[in-house]
Design a protein around this ligand. Sequence first.
Ligand code: CMC
Length: 392
Amino acid sequence: TGYVTLDRGYKNTGATKSAITFLDGELGILQYRGYSIEDLAAKASFLEVAYLLIYGELPTQEEFSTFETAIRRHTLVNEDMRKIFDGFPVKAHPMGVLSSLVSAMSAFYPDLESGKGEDQTDAHIIRLLAKLPTIATWSYKRSLGHPVNYPKNNLDYIPNFLNMMFSLPVEDYTVDPVVAEALNVLLILHADHEQNCSTSTVRLVGSSQANIYSSISSGISALWGPLHGGANQEVIEMLEDIKADGGDVSKYIDMAKNAKTTGFRLFGFGHRVYKNFDPRAKIIKKAADDVLSKLGVNDPILEIAKGLEEAALNDEYFVSRKLYPNVDFYSGIIYRALGIPTNMFTVMFAIGRLPGWIAQWKEMREQKEPIGRPRQIYTGATLREFKSIDKR
Ligand code: CMC
């Protein structure tokens, strides 16, 4: 026990064995349970992928309809939970509201306290999948000062989300299939990414046998940071700044190259594991072009993003450090085209990542992983004598 290997940021530390997601950072490969991300994004529905991640196999028709029906039946959120929303300031960031309310869910299902109620895990999984979109859209409605929309269970998962998000009492709202399909692809691409920061957080919290809601809520908090899921919001804000600045990308490239002194990083660039390209970014870049043209949206920010990418990919600083656009670089441009406001981008990531967090939490419990507890190398004072306050 006296010997500790230091690995800051766990760059080379494998924390677990896992059968969920395969990732090869050199070759740019990402697979969920053996299925390529390209195949799934093109052919599957988000809930099929959720089932695959959580239960290990693609569902049969019968399994899928049981799963989907259960989710439909649990979309409503307890009215007492709705009251909690009223206590938040209108300007509260939806990610803070989301993590608080997911944490609050544990109070509504108290059989979970202290690791009890494991037999209820499937029910809790369904509740999380069903209620996260409701909570997410309510936090958005609250930020607008609008009445919330209740879920409509005749709608599929994504149309239901869109309806709760955009429907107004004064105006009919019809779901555009182009929007629903684009969202389906984005959610699938975000659904899991092995032992990333938020997933490791979910596992670490869950390893103390904390309940699933507390564990997932911690994952949402970890995702919020700008170096992780929060990067998608930062990217758009950065692109808007460049636009307001006259569109000159070179100034931002220079700032990023001097990240050590400027503290500025090119958001949406670089990845801990991908050192060649991020396969998700490749699909999203193409989708951004498709979706914007199908929706007839002309967003000048897309051109700025492409210019920024090109400038970076031709710059020695980025090339030598193997910094490529990641999943967050183009996703915000699609969200914007779909009408999703910037402060909801990371919430969208959370909705997408939820099945992955659940799958990893479940695997961790089933494998009976020990409590996570890293060691340290102590660098503080050696033993010294206590002096009473009047002598200090
Ligand atoms: N802009 C400028 N320089 C960068 C960037 C960037 N975006 N990313 C890394 N670097 C530099 C870094 O300064 C370091 O330089 P040097 O070798 O001179 O010290 C080198 O590249 C290696 O970077 P690192 O910070 O040691 O790499 P990491 O694996 O610890 O960090 C990262 C990975 C994703 C946190 C980082 O690339 C980053 O901060 N990117 C911007 C934020 C971002 O887009 N995050 C989303 C990640 S993908 C989706 C997700 O997880 O949510």
